[in-house]
Design a binder for this molecule. Sequence first.
Ligand code: ZN
Length: 163
Amino acid sequence: MEDEKRVIAEGDVVSLEYTLRVDGEVVDTSEGGEPIEFIQGSGQIIPGLEKELYGMSLGDDKQVVVGPVDGYGELDPEAVMTFPKTDFPDNIPMQVGTELQLRDNQGRVYNARIVGIEGDEVRLDFNHPLAGKELTFDVKVVGLRAATDEELTHGHVHGPEGS
Ligand code: ZN
């Protein structure tokens, strides 16, 4: 039996259609694909969007504007660093805009973009590409149910066959 009065609460499995715009441009959308599915309150989506979903019902849509602090963070000027060109393997195109993954001694992986090349030096920006941006989400709730105990224990949504 479907409960149409159900509203989104912590621990619910939510399916959400979404379109994300930044500066008026679509940067991500579920249109033409699958909606995102997550457990509300588990921090699987960005916090500024998650907190606006409480109280919405199946079929509801909403526009949510999220500032940098509740989105991908403020731009951190210290996350822009300079490295000698000799630190980079030959197969990496040395041009502004190139996206890189770097691994430190502990094996942690960092994403960065080349933002400047001066002489023998390369400037890398480790900020998330959407850091410092205001995010405008158009969302629609297309699925809503309680999570199973197993899903809550695992911390993720299971498909129809279970996983
Ligand atoms: Zn599982």
